[in-house]
Design a protein around this ligand. Structure first.
Ligand code: SF4
Length: 225
């Protein structure tokens, strides 16, 4: 797959038309379209709950940069997953982190902590880009149930969610079939893995993101708002 240099300019009306087309398209075809459309304006972001999106995207275009935001509060298992991803895929890895000291802001103001440790570093990683891949799925939570394949983010960039329509079963089946690198916490009751101070295991039948900021009335870190 070539890596076209010229980014495509898309209006919101264009996104609507494309979303209709991509609603039933395969993840591979959405990824291939994005690679051709955005060229080197494109990156992939992952929190490394697993490497499903990494596996899918790099199979289509191995040179798409992979962005990982290191908050300073990741579980050791997540950092081990990062090492596994390096060994398996040899990605063009971009690890970004906050310049501010980690003063455990999560204890008193988790929104400010996420803004400092996650959102600002991602802003830095996306500067000068035109589009980014995310692994959002509608099955993640009620808040994500209406997420389209293509979105305009608050920076004006196009966010591409190639697996947004995938069920948990589809994701599991793909992961097993392709032996996708997994975060060990997935098999320990953590279907969604975030920072250790703000993530607990979930009980059977609970929403897969119920363990994120549990009891705090917070459901998103701000990366996807
Ligand atoms: S998830 Fe928790 S520790 Fe991680 S950046 Fe957000 S508030 Fe801070």
């Amino acid at each position: 797959m070539s890596y076209a240099p010229a980014p495509l300019q898309l209006t919101d009306a264009d996104l609507d038309v494309l979303n209709e087309r991509f609603e039933t398209a395969s993840a591979d075809s959405v990824i291939a379209w994005a690679v051709e459309a955005f060229g080197d304006g494109l990156v992939l972001t992952t929190s490394l709950s697993d490497a499903l999106l990494v596996d899918l995207v790099l199979a289509v275009c191995p040179t798409v940069p992979v962005v990982f935001v290191d908050t300073g509060y990741h579980f050791p298992e997540t950092l081990e997953t990062l090492g596994e991803v390096r060994r398996r895929y040899h990605p063009q890895l971009v690890v970004v982190s906050s310049d501010a000291p980690a003063l455990d802001l999560w204890r008193t103001d988790p929104d400010a902590c996420c803004a400092q440790r996650k959102v600002q570093p991602l802003d830095t990683a996306l500067a000068g880009r035109t589009a980014w891949f995310s692994g959002l799925r509608r099955a993640d939570s009620a808040e994500r149930a209406d997420t389209p394949v293509l979105q305009r983010d608050r920076r004006g960039l196009v966010k591409i969610n190639p697996i947004v329509t995938w069920s948990d079963e589809q994701a599991e089946a793909y992961s097993r079939r392709h032996r996708v690198v997994r975060n060990a916490l997935l098999d320990q009751g953590y279907p969604s893995v975030g920072c250790w101070p703000c993530t607990r295991a979930v009980a059977p039948g609970e929403d897969r993101r119920a363990g994120r900021w549990a009891g705090q009335g917070k459901t998103e870190c701000g990366l996807h708002l």
